[in-house]
Design a protein around this ligand. Structure first.
Ligand SMILES: *Cc1c(COP(=O)(O)O)cnc(C)c1O
Length: 390
């Protein structure tokens, strides 16, 4: 690890150049690599972490992408995946045995919740959940077979903040692996390893690409844990493609400037919404009104690009608001240059019973905006007319 600033690491962390001395990073679209002779072949397999053998194991483009994320997160090692969910699944599959137990925050990404509730139980792996405002209960949920504590902060879609240091201390005290999905914050705003996380997972599909083009994921952290994730993954095949790794590696070069602008725009949108008469409540970590504002300022450089708010008038008003939107996109993605609005109660979380929805902070009129990079006046004009029609 070097002592350069994050912006510099994002741009200057690179693999070796070829004899052409390209300034920008080339793409290595190759599935395998050649050996000089029998001795070199043997040496390569003996030393596979240092050499490229086959692109399911490693590739110069995926290595560069992983190295950049490791530099920014302060991690020892990583492995890159075809999507955020393949990173989540492979990490859990690599580290857990049948009959193990997970303690997780209840407010987590929907597919991760499905993994815990519907897929891991096939191997008799069970999960106990704590709510965002009861981290003091975590210790009571720990059992002798608890192997992983899992959390996201800020949470989706209600942008609540969890105290990662407190959770990290509990995990350390009980010798349990602490994993954080850092997708909403990105490594530019928050480095969970500083607060005690052993592994950090990203969906690179979101703000790391930031332009809505490719799927990707990555797990980084402690050497001995990543070694297990690597051995599982190199034999099961969820690897990121070299082409997508090249795109993501280029994207990281502009991550710091993009994120600063995203956060700047989001704070302006949140401030506008707070002043609007049709809005009941605005949740944005860097607004003074956010219940965990102080904690957010300690953990994060800026507030992120997700703003949640409550339209007055419940589920019908929420739906009317969405139907009146003209400029912003209605899409399931987030972390794009284009601003996106969603109404979780009638879409992503519509299958949950109302009580379960409310427990994860999703009220009937809750709207989530992933604030993009358009001019804020244009975003505000669209939100304003849609609110007046709600
Ligand atoms: C999108 C997302 C994922 C899953 O990532 P994919 O790249 O879509 O597979 C995981 N966690 C969070 C918080 C996400 O927003």
């Amino acid at each position: 690890m070097n002592s350069k600033h994050t912006e510099t690491k994002a741009i200057r962390t690179q693999i070796e150049r070829t004899q052409f001395q390209e300034h920008s990073n080339p793409i290595y679209l190759t599935s395998s690599y050649i050996f000089e002779d029998a001795e070199d072949m043997q040496a390569s397999f003996a030393d596979e972490k240092e050499r490229n053998i086959y692109s399911r194991y490693s590739n110069p483009n995926t290595s560069e992408f992983i190295e950049k994320i490791c530099e920014m997160e302060g991690a020892e090692r990583g492995y890159a995946f075809a999507s955020g969910m393949s990173a989540v699944f492979s990490t859990f599959a690599a580290l857990l045995n049948s009959n193990d137990h997970i303690v997780s925050c209840q407010s987590i990404f929907g597919s991760t919740q499905s993994l815990f509730n519907n897929i891991l139980p096939k191997w008799n792996i069970s999960t106990s959940y704590f709510k965002i405002d009861e981290i003091e209960k975590i210790e009571k949920l720990i059992k002798p077979n608890t192997k992983i504590i899992y959390a996201e902060s800020p949470t989706n879609p209600a942008v609540d903040i969890l105290d990662l240091k407190i959770i990290g201390d509990i995990a350390k005290k009980h010798n349990i692996i602490f994993i954080v999905d850092n997708c909403f914050a990105t490594p530019y705003l928050q480095q969970p390893i500083k607060f005690g996380a052993d592994l950090v997972i990203h969906s690179a599909t979101k703000l790391i690409d930031g332009q809505g083009r490719v799927l990707g994921g990555v797990t980084v952290g402690k050497e001995e844990l990543v070694e297990k994730v690597y051995l599982f993954s190199r034999n099961t095949g969820p690897a990121l493609s070299p082409f997508n790794a090249w795109i993501l590696s280029k994207s990281i070069e502009t991550l710091p400037v993009r994120i600063e602008k995203h956060c700047d725009n989001a704070l302006k949108i949140a401030t506008f919404l707070e002043s609007h008469e049709k809005v009941q409540l605005v949740k944005y970590p860097f607004l003074k009104s956010h219940p965990q504002h102080q904690l957010a300022k300690q953990q994060m450089k800026f507030g992120g690009n997700i703003v949640a708010f409550e339209v007055k008038g419940g589920i019908d008003a929420g739906r009317n608001f969405i139907n009146s939107i003209k400029l912003l996109s209605l899409s399931a993605n987030l972390g794009d240059t284009r601003s996106i609005v969603t109404h979780p109660a009638s879409t992503t979380h519509s299958k949950l019973a109302e009580e379960a929805r409310l427990e994860t902070g999703i009220t009937a009129g809750l709207i989530r905006i992933s604030v993009g990079l358009e001019h804020t006046e244009d975003i505000i004009n669209d939100l304003n007319q849609a609110l007046n029609n709600a």
